[in-house]
Design a protein around this ligand. Sequence first.
Ligand code: ATR
Length: 275
Amino acid sequence: MTQQTPDQYRVFGNPIEHSRSPDIHHIFAEKSQQSIDYQKQLVDIEDFSNAVSGFIHQGGKGANVTVPFKEQALIIADELTERASLAGAVNTLSFREGKIFGDNTDGEGLVQDLIANNVILKQSRILLLGAGGAARGVLLPLLAQTPHSIVVANRTVSKAEILCQHFADKRLSACGFQDLEQQQFDVIINATSASLSGSLPPIPISLISQNVVCYDMVYGKDLTPFLRWAKENGAIKVIDGLGMLVGQAAVSFEVWRGIAPEVRSVIDSLRASLK
Ligand code: ATR
């Protein structure tokens, strides 16, 4: 009997060497008895579209897209999901019926991770810090989960205002960090890139109480500056973005394979391997 060739997937990025996506997807595939081969591919900045065409030509079924190609992936897609269109970025491509389908699973990955951490979004007032690509990418799935308002706070207030206008949803409002002094939230999500440069967004300490859960989209071996600060000042729970990383991969896997993989053990094993 001949063995079937595994379906081919890729993650395109630059840089790409540290991507955990191949490991994550191979574990998903093994656990759900799917036959896939998933590789990372370093792509020159000018060459994204050619790299995708070449992969489709080889019979590729789908791809993840990471920095700095998520906006280009949106442009080359023939069809987009609403969440990708509003996010202005694509992290998941599917190649079927001679077409390129673009999706964005980042927000759903975040929502699933919050729920897995027992955060009841339907009852939560949410503060989203940041108004760049990371914040924009998660707003629609967050809005889908909450009847309450979501406040978007950013260092540059005008960027938060533009972001809220873009979504045109009455539950959204924009402000600067200094405007947060008198406000209270149940969940604070850090979607700024401050953690990547070892800093934390200058938000008032009055936001942190025993009732607040703090989430950072960045993860690492140690707590990010924001999570360390929140914990030291009494936040009930702090959560980093490792679960979101695995969650967005799980949603991509489901988009491609129609099966929602189990994520908890994958998050635990990645956590154990962090250096
Ligand atoms: P990303 O795709 O990661 O969102 P981005 O689009 O460059 O990257 O956006 C970075 C976000 O982090 C912005 O909201 C930025 O604030 P500004 O719009 O005022 O630049 C925010 N940010 C970066 N460093 C920050 C810091 N040290 N303190 C507060 N906000 C910071």
